[in-house]
Design a protein around this ligand. Structure first.
Ligand code: NDP
Length: 455
């Protein structure tokens, strides 16, 4: 079976790759395991050196990687270059801090000495999505390899070139051969990799259905999973918000990665007294986003990654309108072969409508009017998801209280769109998944937290 890169700008196949046979995938896992047996005995300083070099390779080749992402999934080149450089910051962060995050912790008991040690697990399988084809992988691999693990990557089938380029980054950086391997396999070949006794744990970023299937399989063979699934992040716009700044930040948060981010701003929950004004400002800010060819350096948002996903997105918008939502901007499929979708704003959303209940993976903003703060919080938390969220208010104490205590999500930001940052934990609650990536929490997900006691 072939795995193909298809340019979302024109629907043309860029390159086809032969998928690995099950035997070849198993050989790659065995090779990763052999590399792990040596790697697990290395010091943090020995691991940090190639990790820093991986960061340097990413910075040196950012232009090339930006073009590769644009070609395979339509990310604007400037954003792809920034993504490659962000991956370098994660490499540096874990090169710098892994030893501190995983050094032994004294845990005094009646014994002569007792402490906690953090040992690597072995080969970890990463099932990753196409939306941040480099960042999603480095978010797992930088802490994972610094912890002493090996990694095998099953990347999304539309970004095989990125998957192979990432393997090359680690090879060129001087990591032991085979410590990080890309498996070019379809999703139907993932179960066999999970069943492989050498694979010790699984991390997945992607949709709920994919997360459920992979976690169920991993559970059946008692392997730990970390799941980072979708989101429908709610941003509360309160009556004391700076509405212009809020609308600008909300449009930026919605259009990021052409709307295809798990932590994109998706639902805008606005108190009635400021709703009309906010809608007008949001429409203007969404309209202002520069839309077009991802190879143009000025483009802010480009096509949707695949035509089928663009069609699904339009279906969600159409169905919401048929159920009574009002279209304030966009909502029309442009002519042509590309998977483009314009900035769209919907209002009057109610429960039962796709743009109210489901994850909307594209440049479509959903406005929901509410009476007051209490109703805004209730609507935000009524979602099945709980990844990120935001609140806009001039009263910072109010914002802090709502963010820290009221919103049911893994990241809540005040007066700014949610972003991922190696220094902060990243992950969700409810159907957005479980476990955490990044920070010291992320590196401790795939280690054996071992109690040692000496009488
Ligand atoms: P998927 O969740 O299907 O794909 C993510 C990864 O999981 C890919 O590597 C995919 O492989 C793999 N996968 C899918 N199904 C299985 C399975 N049964 N067993 C093992 N691996 C599997 O995302 P889609 O590309 O289909 O996008 C659909 C929707 O998912 C989007 O519209 C969006 O709502 C959401 N999504 C959320 C993301 C996030 O960051 N939270 C990222 C991407 C999508 P393969 O490509 O070979 O199918």
């Amino acid at each position: 079976m072939a795995i193909a890169s298809v340019n979302p700008v024109n629907g043309r196949t860029v390159k086809e790759y032969e998928a690995l046979t099950p035997a070849q995938a198993a050989e790659a896992v065995e090779a990763a395991q052999r590399a792990f047996l040596g790697w697990r005995r290395t010091s943090f300083a020995e691991r940090a050196a190639p990790m820093r070099r991986a960061g340097a390779v990413l910075r040196d080749r950012a232009t090339e990687f930006g073009r590769l992402m644009a070609m395979e999934m339509g990310k604007p080149v400037a954003a792809g270059e920034a993504e490659a450089r962000k991956c370098a910051t994660a490499c540096d962060f874990y090169a710098e801090n892994a030893e501190r995050f995983l050094s032994r912790e004294d845990a005094p008991t009646e014994s002569r000495r007792s402490f906690v040690a953090f040992n690597p697990l072995g080969v970890v399988l990463a099932v990753m999505p196409w939306n941040y084809p480099f960042w999603q992988v480095f978010r797992f691999a930088a802490p994972g390899l610094m912890a002493g693990n090996a990694g095998v990557l099953k990347h999304a089938s539309n970004v095989p070139g990125c998957a192979l380029a990432i393997e090359e980054v680690f090879r060129d950086a001087g990591f032991p051969r085979d410590l990080f391997r890309t498996l070019l396999i379809g999703s139907d070949a993932v179960d066999a990799v999970i069943e492989n006794p050498l694979v010790r744990a699984v991390t997945l970023t992607g949709s709920g259905p994919a997360g459920r299937k992979v976690a169920a399989k991993a559970g059946s063979v008692l392997k730990k999973t970390v799941l980072e699934l979708g989101g429908s992040d709610a941003y509360l716009i309160l009556e004391d918000a700076d509405l212009e700044a809020a609308a600008t930040a909300c449009a930026k948060g919605r259009l990021i990665n052409s709307g295809q981010s798990c932590i994109a701003a998706k639902r805008f929950i606005v108190v009635e007294p400021v709703r009309e004004r906010f809608e007008a400002l949001l429409v203007a800010a969404m309209k202002a986003g520069r839309f077009g060819d991802p190879f143009d350096r000025d483009t802010e948002y480009g096509p949707i990654a695949r035509r089928d996903l663009r069609d699904d997105l339009h279906g969600q918008v159409r169905q919401s309108v048929e159920q009574g939502a009002r279209l304030l901007l966009g909502g029309e499929v442009p002519e042509g072969e590309g998977a483009f979708y314009p900035a769209t704003v919907l209002t009057d959303l109610r429960p039962g409508m796709p743009a109210h209940d489901e994850e909307i993976f594209g440049p479509v903003a959903s406005v929901i009017g509410v009476r007051d703060e209490a109703e805004a919080i209730a609507v935000a938390n009524a979602s099945a998801f709980g990844l990120g969220g935001g609140v806009f208010t001039r009263d910072l104490a109010r914002g802090e209280r709502i963010a820290a205590e009221a919103l049911e999500c893994g990241a809540a930001f005040v007066n700014q769109p949610v972003v991922s940052d190696p220094r902060l934990p990243f992950g969700g609650v409810k159907e957005s998944g479980y476990g955490r990536e990044l920070s010291h929490f992320g590196i401790r997900e795939f280690v054996n937290i071992k109690a040692v006691s000496i009488a």
